[in-house]
Design a protein around this ligand. Structure first.
Ligand SMILES: Cc1ncc(COP(=O)(O)O)c(C=O)c1O
Length: 297
């Protein structure tokens, strides 16, 4: 198992210690970049199409035209994953606005830089999906859509880092953030769902959140199982009173929240609806694996 890095300034994937970028890169200086995080299934990035579409939407959102074709991005991931020799990998694809003079004005940037980091995937152990995690609803809020729009997956994560710091300081493992109106929005690196009397609810996109690829997959799986997810407004008190709460993200999948703001959620273990959805999600990953292998990726 290994970690390899592809840089658009070099032709071949590099060892981590050889992967160096300029200190004048705007991604480093200002977080002036967009990115995607994926996991592979059968050696192929899960939901690559949706991730690339979101990467381009994020680029549009910050006025960064991504000069790499989908084919180039897919090839860069495939070559880097192949160079690691990993069976499955974690993939982080970053496009920065490039280097330039140390000036905020984006017109002073040169060519965008592509960075692909591929490393062994570290999934939480199976018991973590039973035990769940402790989350804290923090005071740091999401930005308004008129500020740095939460639907953009930019490299500027300071808000979420501050949220996570608050959650950790309060004894939690993860943070849940609200929008400026006080409605529950999303986790620091995940989307939020709750179960109440058998109904599955998640904050609507209007709340101001990243439209997660896993969120979408969970909504599709729930619809296929005959219990569509309701996209709505959720206030913190409702989340605290939920029977079940879980977070979704590309790497962790469906992670139960079994303590919220220091209180037990449900009976303190993953609840039945969360377990069923987690099982359905694992099967969906297995189907993607089989498909990737059949297609010869
Ligand atoms: C702020 C935020 N929300 C939601 C998610 C989950 O998105 P996805 O399911 O596409 O990984 C992430 C993932 O990194 C995130 O950073």
């Amino acid at each position: 198992m290994a970690t390899k890095v592809f840089l658009s300034t070099c032709s071949d994937p590099l060892d981590p210690e050889d992967a160096k970028i300029s200190v004048f890169d705007r991604g480093f200086l200002y977080g002036d970049s967009v990115y995607e995080t994926m996991r592979t299934a059968g050696g192929h990035p899960l939901e690559l199409r949706r991730h690339l579409d979101r990467l381009r939407r994020s680029g549009d959102g910050i006025g960064l035209e991504i000069p790499f074709s989908d084919q180039q991005l897919g090839d860069a991931i495939a070559r880097t994953h192949a160079a690691t020799g990993n069976e499955e990998s974690y993939v982080r694809l970053v496009v920065t606005r490039g280097s330039g003079r140390v000036m905020l004005d984006p017109r002073h940037s040169e060519d965008p830089l592509l960075v692909v980091i591929v490393k062994p995937i570290e999934l939480p152990p199976p018991e973590a999906y039973e035990r769940g995690i402790a989350a804290v609803i923090v005071g740091i809020t999401k930005n308004l859509g008129t500020s740095l729009d939460p639907t953009i997956k930019s490299g500027n994560y300071l808000n979420n880092i501050l949220a996570l710091r608050q959650a950790i300081a309060a004894g939690g493992d993860d943070a849940i953030m609200c929008n400026p109106e006080g409605a529950v929005s999303e986790g620091a690196t995940s989307n939020v769902f709750m179960v109440q009397d058998g109904r599955v609810l998640t904050p609507s996109l209007r709340t101001g959140l990243l439209p997660g690829i896993t969120r979408q997959a969970v909504c599709e799986l729930a619809t296929a199982a005959g219990a569509p997810v309701e996209e709505t407004t959720i206030m913190p008190a409702q989340l605290r009173a939920a029977d079940e709460v879980f977070l979704t993200s590309s790497v962790r999948g469906i992670m139960p929240v079994t303590r919220l703001d220091g209180q037990q959620v449900g009976d303190g273990h993953a609840g039945p609806v969360t377990r069923r959805l987690h099982e359905a999600y694992l099967q969906y990953v297995e189907r993607a694996k089989a498909e990737a292998i059949a297609l010869g990726y």
